[in-house]
Write a protein that binds this ligand. Structure first.
Ligand SMILES: Nc1ncnc2c1ncn2[C@@H]1O[C@H](COP(=O)(O)OP(=O)(O)OP(=O)(O)O)[C@@H](O)[C@H]1O
Length: 517
């Protein structure tokens, strides 16, 4: 193991305590070069290590210069460079563990500072992170001094601990004495807060890790969403503070667009319930451009003809959540009939444009067409208009179904169950792995459960179902630990499916009004 020894009472005590129990630590000291006499601390720790017959590692880093270059504050830079050094030392000595001597006092000061800064996530100093272990987080300072005195061991006092310009010194010298005069156990209480908050944070972080990619962020509790954003930013190696986390989480929940500039100048965008850490790539056409089509970006009055009629391009871009700032970057192919192709992920094709460009039909678009045909049949039979098909592993339709609940007087007669049964009959097996379930409305828990039982590989739906959807509508069934999790694609021809439902329910309401009169 490597132990970080500053020369202060805590880490000197930890080094001696380790030797008492027969451990064989390497003592490591980083000279931060923040004081003219900092080399004296390094020499003092080196002499101590020699006296105790402990291997010693040290290096000198100009922390102030690094902080100025990188735009970090000095305390932050010192911490980062110290852990870099301790990690390098551990690697050099093949040590599995790095120990530091943070105590209850450090923990209390950290929690108080985080509270004053309004940190959204309050967990204090973690007892364990990576290979770092902090065994003394709940040890009172008085015990440490008593232990050192009993051994006749002295220690160095760091004069920056008296420099009230540093927040930590100010908290220690000016704030904690006032608090403990009234609340003698304030330090212990703050350390307890850190411990329980760390437990809460661990639970919420593991919930956040289970959020599936398709889940609408609006329905996620803010405490979980905040941890999810933190993990995403952390994975991308981005620095951030509490207000950034709040702004991004708030925009995700409200379904609003927000642009946030993080420390280091990196821009992050939230739009349409998605977090974009990198500039959105807008695809260029990857097929020969037909004659008479021109590649350009948008102009006023651009329109595109889609199955539901012609629409303003700006409305299509809004529906697809393209941030305003990006709209001039989206590549278009335009003919004298209007916009034919919009370079989004996946691209938007105008009606007839695929054929004109000799491109194969979109298989999911075509399959949803079959499911919509089933939904229309249900509507004609005065059923709730939902239809479904199952595609076999080769992409061919192997099962079809529509809602027949009214006909059978049975609320389990949903389209998906009918299509899954039909597919099992066609393929001669109840296991539909490699198959795709395509349904016009986001499935309910019963139908998604059936798809999971059948091991369907891909679930595709049209309209969202805020009343009963199990893919984020009212609940996200896939957030639980299932042995098998299908991929999910939503909003395929969603407008058509939603319009059909709206029309049918509108007609039903009209009938009811008429009957009432
Ligand atoms: N210059 C350093 N080199 C190596 N490790 C250090 C150094 N400074 C601090 N550490 C490690 O980080 C822990 C916490 O740092 P902190 O700044 O709170 O300590 P300190 O008050 O300067 O000294 P101590 O904790 O030893 O009394 C220390 O207990 C020690 O294990």
């Amino acid at each position: 193991m490597v132990v970080g020894v500053s020369g202060g009472a805590d880490s000197v005590a930890l080094l001696r305590a380790l030797l008492r129990v027969g451990a064989r630590p390497v003592a490591a000291h980083l000279d931060h070069a923040l004081r003219p006499d900092s080399a004296e601390d390094a020499a003092w720790v080196q002499a101590l290590a020699a006296r105790l017959d402990v291997p010693f590692a040290t290096t000198r880093v100009d922390v102030a210069a690094v902080a100025a270059r990188r735009g970090w504050n000095t305390e932050d830079a010192a911490r980062r460079l110290r852990y870099d050094f301790l990690t390098r030392t551990a690697k050099a000595h093949a040590a599995q563990v790095i120990l530091t001597a943070h105590t209850r006092r450090d923990q209390a000061e950290t929690v108080l500072t985080a509270l004053l800064r309004g940190e959204a996530i309050l967990h204090g100093i973690p007892a364990e992170r990576g290979r770092v272990r902090r065994p003394w987080l709940d040890l009172p300072r008085a015990d440490i001094e008593a232990f050192l005195r009993a051994q006749g061991q002295d220690w160095r006092e760091d004069p920056t601990n008296d420099d009230l310009a540093y927040t930590r010194a100010w908290i220690r010298r000016e704030v904690m004495p006032v608090l403990t005069a009234r609340y003698p156990a304030a330090g212990e209480a703050l350390a307890r807060v850190a411990r329980t908050q760390a437990e809460d944070d661990a639970a919420l972080t593991s919930q956040a890790a289970r959020l599936s990619a398709h889940a609408p962020r609006r329905s996620v509790p803010p405490a979980v969403l905040r941890r999810w954003v933190r993990a995403e930013l952390g994975r991308a190696g981005l620095d951030f503070h509490a207000p950034h986390l709040d702004a991004l989480t708030g925009a995700l929940r409200a379904g609003e667009t927000a642009h946030v500039t993080l420390p280091g100048g990196r821009d992050v965008t939230v739009t349409g319930g998605q977090l974009h850490l990198t500039p959105q790539p807008y695809p260029e056409p990857d097929f020969p451009i037909p004659e008479g089509w021109e590649r350009r970006t948008r102009q006023d009055g651009d329109r595109v003809t889609l199955p539901g009629g012609t629409r303003k391009l700006s409305d299509v871009l809004t529906d697809r959540h393209v941030p305003r700032a990006d709209r001039d970057r989206v590549p278009l192919l335009v003919s004298d009939q209007g916009v034919q192709w919009v370079g989004l992920q996946p691209p938007v094709w105008a009606t007839g444009a695929r054929e004109a460009a000799a491109q194969p039909p979109d298989p999911l678009h075509a399959a949803m067409g079959e499911a919509l045909a089933q939904a229309h049949e249900a509507a004609a039979a005065q059923e709730v208009p939902v239809g479904a098909v199952v595609l076999g592993p080769d992409g061919q339709v192997v099962g079809r179904g529509r809602n027949t609940s009214r006909e059978h007087g049975d609320m389990t007669r949903h389209a998906e169950l009918a299509a899954l049964r039909d597919a099992a009959r066609t393929l001669g097996t109840p296991y539909l792995s490699g198959c795709t379930l395509v349904v016009t409305l986001e499935p309910c828990p019963m139908c998604l459960g059936a798809a999971l039982e059948a091991r369907v590989g891909h679930v595709v739906y049209g309209a969202a179902n805020p009343k009963a959807g199990a893919l984020g509508g009212v609940t996200d069934l896939l957030a639980a630990h299932w042995g098998h999790v299908p991929t999910v694609t939503g909003a395929v021809r969603g407008h058509e499916a939603a319009r059909l439902l709206k029309d049918v329910f509108g007609r039903l309401r009209e009938h009811r009004h008429r009957d009432d009169r």
